[in-house]
Design a protein around this ligand. Structure first.
Ligand code: NAP
Length: 158
């Protein structure tokens, strides 16, 4: 089991406080005025990101990197392809993004990084149906890697 020093615990608590309480009030969600991605095809992995909050009253869900990225790109008018591995979470994400941004050009491709066969299948589908990508943002990842977990292909999950 990982042991944290008293300093690391205080540091972790302050970071949590900043991310969950200070930033939601200071963050402004709007697209950069110069960013028009109409007609651009963007692939984002990890769009279903967002870790459940600790069980303390008043803390908001962390949105994670993929979801925030997907929302900003949708606001900029991109044609979005999002990867996901759970259909329910994926459908919820598409609904939320459409509601928040008005952009309906959002497709889901199912893929699990821990199974390279599923990655190849997803890549082949995108190549067949879309042909090319203008931007690729690889946001899917594990937030922590201890203890190490091996994938079915024999690689350490990251
Ligand atoms: N959030 C931050 O502020 C921050 C800052 C610095 C670095 N990072 C790093 O950035 C990465 C993502 O952070 P996050 O906060 O967005 O994490 P998160 O909220 O846990 O989201 C992780 C995303 O990756 C997907 N994913 C995980 N394993 C997968 C797999 N085997 N195949 C396909 N998709 C998989 C998850 O899909 P499911 O929904 O299916 O689980 C989810 O969409 C982490 O490595 C984190 O350490 C994050």
């Amino acid at each position: 089991m990982v042991q944290f020093t008293a300093f690391e615990k205080v540091q972790g608590f302050l970071l949590l406080l900043k991310a969950e309480i200070v930033e939601p009030f200071s963050a402004q969600y709007y697209p950069h005025p110069a960013a028009d991605l109409s007609g651009k095809t963007v692939l984002v992995t990890g769009g279903t990101s967002g870790t459940p909050p600790p069980k303390l009253i008043g803390l908001k869900n962390s949105r994670g990197i993929g979801k925030e990225t997907a929302q900003q790109l949708a606001l900029c008018g991109a044609n979005l392809i999002l990867t996901a591995r759970d259909e329910k979470r994926a459908q919820k994400l598409v609904g939320e993004l459409i509601e928040l941004t008005g952009n309906t050009r959002i497709e889901i491709v199912y893929m699990d990084y821990s199974d390279l066969g599923s990655v190849r299948k997803a890549a082949a589908k995108i190549l067949r149906e879309v042909g090319h990508l203008d931007i690729f943002l690889n946001c899917a990842a594990k937030g922590y890697c201890y203890p190490p977990v091996m994938t079915m292909d024999g690689h350490e999950e990251m």
